[in-house]
Design a protein around this ligand. Structure first.
Ligand SMILES: N[C@@H](CCC(=O)N[C@@H](CS)C(=O)NCC(=O)O)C(=O)O
Length: 251
């Protein structure tokens, strides 16, 4: 049920980096809320409630908000404690510019690179990754209908096996931009943790699979993901994401 006692309710996927942004914002700002994981039946439930299919979806005060960055903006306005937006105007604009860059250039490409590569690796690793927190019978259903699931996933997220190389190059470019923006600082903007750091760290989480991530990683998927991101293992980014998760990913 939505809006229990005025608390926001988040519908989300455990594996998703767009969803991780919103979970992190809710947890970091210590907002009392309820999280509801969505599994195989998500298209129907999401469509019935919101006339579209994507998560994250935040329900609050008889309305809903879509898109991770719009949800975070709503949370900033509604729950001003522990702000994620810098108070300085120029810094706020810079943080939001970086968020926009990561949302458009990194989020979809890192998904296409990771998930496309997982599909190419093995069925077991792919189901292990998607099955995070899912009931066993649903994993069995995906296993039985795997070819259909693969076609549906590629169609919904508009990429195919030929796009993996381009997606990897986009991820590489986003890492270059990230490291250029970070320079030798601890934070992307100013001298405090902000929405820009949260967004970058959430989008890059699969490269690190940090222990503070709120859900357990499947061991087969974990190994496969480590292999997929091997080309990036010596980048400064990896250490930074690990450190940001350790310091700021409170549950
Ligand atoms: N622009 C959206 C992207 C959200 C998105 O791509 N969600 C994916 C999970 S990573 C999803 O719900 N996919 C299932 C679908 O669209 O059918 C945001 O920032 O929230």
């Amino acid at each position: 049920m939505d809006n229990i006692m005025g608390k926001p309710v988040l519908w989300h996927f455990a594996i998703s980096h767009f969803n991780e942004k919103v979970r992190w914002a809710l947890d970091y700002k210590q907002i009392e809320h309820k999280k509801q994981l969505r599994f195989l039946g998500y298209p129907i439930l999401n469509y019935l409630k919101t006339k579209q299919l994507s998560t994250p979806i935040l329900f609050h005060n008889k309305t809903h908000i879509l898109n991770s960055s719009d949800i975070i903006c709503y949370l900033e306005k509604t729950y001003p404690q522990k702000p994620l937006y810098p108070t300085d105007r120029a810094q706020r604009e810079k943080a939001l510019e970086l968020v926009e860059y990561f949302d458009t250039e990194l989020g979809p490409s890192s998904r296409a690179f990771l998930i496309g590569s997982l599909f190419n690796t093995s069925k077991e690793a792919t189901i292990g990754a998607f099955g995070m927190c899912a009931p066993k019978y649903q994993k069995k259903m995906v296993s039985a209908l795997f070819p259909l699931f693969k076609v549906y996933y590629h169609y919904r997220h508009q990429f195919n096996a030929n796009d993996i190389g381009e997606a990897e190059a986009n991820v590489q470019r986003a890492i270059d931009r990230f490291e250029m923006e970070l320079g030798d600082k601890d934070f992307l903007v100013g001298d405090q943790f902000s929405v820009a750091d949260l967004t970058a760290a959430a989008f890059f989480y699969p490269m690190v699979q940090p222990e503070q991530y709120p859900y357990p990683f499947d061991p087969v998927a974990q190994k496969a993901i480590e292999k997929i991101f091997e080309p990036f293992e010596s980048r400064r980014l990896i250490k930074w994401v690990r450190g940001i998760y350790q310091m700021y990913r409170v549950s």
